[in-house]
Design a binder for this molecule. Structure first.
Ligand SMILES: Cc1cc2nc3c(=O)[nH]c(=O)nc-3n(C[C@H](O)[C@H](O)[C@H](O)COP(=O)(O)OP(=O)(O)OC[C@H]3O[C@@H](n4cnc5c(N)ncnc54)[C@H](O)[C@@H]3O)c2cc1C
Length: 389
C-alpha cells in the first residue's frame, strides 16, 4: 500500500455512519487515511423515529442530518448512487464516477420491495421517511374502523416496531376521541407477539396489547392484499378486514451487493462471522442489515453499530500492525414507545449467531413511561455523537 490507505464506506446509515466516525478518530481526522463515504441520500435518517413522523410528533428535519457534516471530521462525503461493486478490481462504480480502495466497508442495508406482495399498493408503512409521511396523511383522514398492522415476512427492520406503532396508534386515537370507533389488530408470522424473543418479552408485550385492547393474530403468513374487498389474506385462507392497513413491506437484498462477487448462490453475502470480512475478498467488510441475514443476526441498528466499530478496529490492525479496542457484542435492543407506556427489550445472540447452538438470550431491561424519554434522549445523543452540526 503506497501512501495513505484509502478506505471507502458504502452507505451512510447506522453502520456506515458509525464506521466513518470511528475511522476518523483512529486515523486522526483523515491525516493518516483517506476516508470516503458514498450515499445516494444526502441525509442520514434516524429510522427509529419514522413512526413519530408518521404520527405527527416529529418533522423530517428533526430526525435527519446532512451527511456532509462528516467532512468536519475529515471524512469526504460523496452524494451519488452506487451502481457496481467490483471487488476483484478493488473498484466501486457510481452513476457519476469510479472509486478505488484499499479497504471497503459495505453497509448498504436492505431494500423495501412492496411490489413483491400482490395488492400492496393499498397499504401504508412507516419503514421509510416517505412512507411515514404518506401514512401521516392517511391517519389524519381516518375517522374510525378497522386498523390492521402486520408484517410481510420474518426478516424486517426492527421486529418490535409493529407492536410499538399499535400502542402509539391506540394512544393517539384515544386523544382524538376515535378509539371507541376503532379496532386495532396486529398480525405476525410468529405464534405470539415477539414470541421468538422468548416468554419474558412476549409476556410484557401481550400484557400491553391486552391493556390497550389491541388484538393479536399469530401464525398469519400474508400472501396478498385484496384491495377490492379490503381484506388481508393469509396462506391458510384466513382473512382480516381492514379500513386502514399498515404493513411492513417485503424486503429484498440490496441489488448492488446481490449482483456482485460478494454474494453466494443463495443470494446472501459470504461473510466470515468472526471478522465480518468477505470470505473471498478479505479487504472487504460487510455489516448491517444487508449482511445480518447471512449471520443469524437481526436487522437492527445496534448490531450494525457494534459491527461498524469492530471492523474499523480490524482495518486499524491491518494498517498499523496491531490494534486492540472494542470487541463485537452480538446484542440488539429496541426502545418501544407505546405513548403512555414503554419497554426496553434486549437480546444477546452469542449462541444463536454463527452456528445456532442455542436460542437468543432475551429479557426486559426496563418498563415505564420514563423509557420514552430515553428514546428521545438517545436520538439527540446519536446526532450529537455522530453528526454534530
Ligand atoms: C421503524 C423502524 C424502527 C427501528 N428501530 C430500531 C431500534 O429501536 N433499534 C435498532 O437497533 N434498530 C432499529 N431499526 C433498524 C435500524 O434502523 C436498521 O437496522 C439500521 O439502520 C441498519 O443499518 P445499515 O447500515 O445496515 O443500513 P441502513 O441504515 O439502511 O443504511 C443503508 C444506506 O445505504 C444507502 N444506499 C443503499 N443503496 C445505495 C446505493 N445503491 N447507492 C448509494 N447509497 C445507497 C441508503 O441510502 C442508506 O443510507 C429501526 C428501523 C425502522 C425502519
Amino acid at each position: 500500500m503506497k501512501g495513505k490507505p484509502k478506505i471507502l464506506i458504502l452507505g451512510g446509515g447506522s453502520g456506515g455512519l458509525v464506521a466513518a466516525n470511528k475511522l476518523a478518530k483512529i486515523f486522526k481526522h483523515g491525516e493518516e487515511a483517506d476516508i470516503t463515504l458514498i450515499d445516494k441520500n444526502p441525509y442520514h435518517e434516524f429510522m427509529p423515529s419514522y413512526p413519530w413522523v408518521g404520527l405527527n410528533f416529529k418533522e423530517p428535519d428533526d430526525i435527519r442530518r446532512p451527511l456532509k457534516l462528516l467532512e468536519k471530521k475529515g471524512v469526504r462525503f460523496v452524494n451519488d448512487e452506487i451502481t457496481q461493486i467490483l471487488p476483484s478490481k478493488k473498484k466501486v462504480k457510481t452513476k457519476n464516477g469510479e472509486y478505488d480502495y484499499d479497504f471497503l466497508i459495505v453497509s448498504l442495508g436492505v431494500v423495501l420491495d412492496p411490489d413483491a406482495l400482490p395488492g400492496y399498493e393499498d397499504a401504508y408503512h412507516t419503514w421509510s421517511l416517505q412512507g411515514a409521511l404518506r401514512f401521516r396523511e392517511a391517519i389524519r383522514n381516518f375517522k374510525g374502523g378497522n386498523i390492521v398492522i402486520g408484517v410481510s415476512g420474518m426478516y424486517y427492520r426492527c421486529p418490535p416496531a409493529p407492536y410499538e406503532i399499535a400502542g402509539q396508534l391506540d394512544f393517539t386515537l384515544r386523544a382524538r376521541g376515535l378509539r371507541d370507533k376503532t379496532n386495532i389488530t396486529v398480525f405476525n408470522v410468529t405464534p405470539g407477539p415477539l414470541s421468538n424473543m422468548g416468554p419474558a418479552i412476549m409476556g410484557v408485550i401481550q400484557e400491553i396489547l391486552d391493556n390497550k385492547g389491541v388484538e393479536f393474530v399469530g401464525n398469519f403468513e400474508v400472501v396478498r392484499v385484496d384491495k377490492d374487498s379490503k381484506k388481508v389474506v393469509a396462506k391458510d385462507g384466513r382473512e382480516l378486514p381492514y379500513d386502514l392497513l399498515l404493513l411492513v413491506p417485503p424486503n429484498k437484498p440490496n441489488p448492488v451487493v446481490f449482483n456482485s462477487e460478494l454474494t453466494g448462490p443463495e443470494g446472501l453475502p459470504i461473510v466470515d462471522p468472526e471478522t465480518f470480512r468477505s470470505k473471498k475478498f478479505p479487504e472487504v467488510f460487510l455489516i448491517g442489515d444487508g449482511a445480518n441475514a447471512a449471520l443469524n443476526l437481526p436487522p437492527a441498528g445496534v448490531v450494525a453499530h457494534f459491527q461498524a466499530e469492530f471492523v474499523a478496529n480490524e482495518i486499524a490492525a491491518d494498517v498499523k500492525g496491531a490494534y486492540i479496542a472494542d470487541s463485537f457484542s452480538p446484542v440488539a435492543m429496541c426502545i418501544m414507545d407505546f405513548g403512555d407506556d414503554a419497554v426496553l427489550p434486549m437480546c444477546e445472540f452469542s449462541q444463536f449467531y454463527r452456528d445456532v447452538s442455542g436460542p437468543p438470550n432475551c429479557g426486559v431491561l426496563g418498563r415505564g413511561k420514563e423509557i420514552r424519554l430515553v428514546k428521545m434522549a438517545f436520538e439527540a445523543m446519536w446526532f450529537g455523537f455522530y453528526l454534530t452540526r
